[in-house]
Design a protein around this ligand. Structure first.
Ligand code: DX5
Length: 228
């Protein structure tokens, strides 16, 4: 599988959100991530189901909804109804993560589970087979424009090896501080979906060249890791 870039609309101009979504689709993106924050799990408040529904109305790209909220199971149905294709919940606030992933599947959606920089990969061992996507946060969630945390790389490699060992098809995703340099090392470590906000929507060269640049950097990272 090649690498996919998932632009995060958190970094887009909220007054031009529709155009921002259309621009990354035209620029080659096949998925987009919407960051939902509740001010409790993370120290920020962002967007809700109405924004997801609005984005659903302007694109046929895969919509990932990243729930950075407490008690995510309570809002899974709402975001499924709003048009999410993939719903990502955090392990740290999901004591019944097995049931929550099943809940997402029962609603006909793909299910993702995310872990923060301080959360070990081993916390996911009992649900790796159930998840369609594993999100390794490479920053502490809450804000865009942060610096990639290098110490998450061994965790990425550990999860890549475990997914491959068990022959599981779950996608491995990273989110936070993804730029040309970190895209390369994250992909080399095993990531196949890279969430990027600032480096796409803040790119002086525009979103199309930014997306293609990140994708190329990631694929060169993979190629280099294979040669090693
Ligand atoms: C959590 C958010 C951010 C955002 C991407 O904080 O999930 O990681 O999507 O942020 P940047 O701007 O670093 O790509």
């Amino acid at each position: 599988m090649t690498v996919e870039i998932a632009p995060s609309v958190l970094a887009a101009d909220p007054l031009q959100l529709g155009d921002a979504v259309r621009a990354v689709q035209a620029g080659g993106a096949r998925r987009v991530q919407i960051d939902v924050m509740d001010g409790r799990f993370v120290p920020n408040i962002t967007m809700g189901p109405e924004t997801v529904a609005a984005v659903r109305g302007v694109t046929d790209m895969l919509i990932e909804v990243h729930l950075m909220i407490v008690e995510p199971e309570k809002f899974v149905p709402v975001f499924a109804d709003a048009g999410a294709d993939l719903i990502i919940v955090h392990q740290e606030v999901s004591p019944h993560i097995y049931r929550t992933l099943e809940q997402i599947h029962d609603l006909g959606k793909s299910a993702g589970v995310a872990i923060n920089p301080g959360t070990p990969a081993g916390t996911l061992s009992e649900v790796l087979h159930l998840a369609d996507l594993i999100l390794v946060m490479t920053v502490s969630p809450g804000f865009g424009g942060q610096t990639f945390i290098e110490s998450t790389l061994p965790k990425l490699r550990e999860l890549r090896q475990e997914l491959d060992r068990r022959g599981l098809a779950a996608l491995l995703e990273v989110d936070g501080g993804i730029n040309l340099q970190t895209a390369s090392v994250a992909a080399a470590a095993g990531a196949r979906v890279l969430v990027a906000g600032t480096s796409v929507y803040g790119a002086p060269e525009g979103v199309t060249r930014a997306i293609h640049g990140l994708k190329n950097a990631a694929e060169q990272g993979i190629a280099a890791s294979v040669r090693e």
